[in-house]
Design a protein. Structure first.
Length: 83
């Protein structure tokens, strides 16, 4: 199943080489969740990533139970840090 994946900041480096504008089409197994995609990229589940599915924020408590569907748009963005 294919989804549209978006990211930014330091996470852009995990995207496939053919990705453009911090976006890529990912082929993932049926029944995958945002947590599964995070694990695929080696992102810790307990960190403060912003996860957006089809323009709706997915709270941390729902990331492992929200099932992705064909052509969904999933955005995972790193936590903001500053000083």
């Amino acid at each position: 199943m294919k989804i549209n994946f978006k990211t930014g900041g330091m996470l852009s480096e995990v995207l496939p080489a053919d990705a453009k504008n911090d976006e890529a089409v990912l082929d993932i197994p049926e029944g995958s969740t945002p947590t599964d995609v995070m694990a695929f990229f080696g992102l810790p589940e307990d960190d403060f990533y912003l996860v957006i599915l089809n323009d709706v924020v997915v709270p941390k408590a729902r990331r492992s139970i929200t099932t992705l569907c064909e052509n969904d748009e999933l955005g995972i963005f790193p936590p903001l840090k500053g000083g």
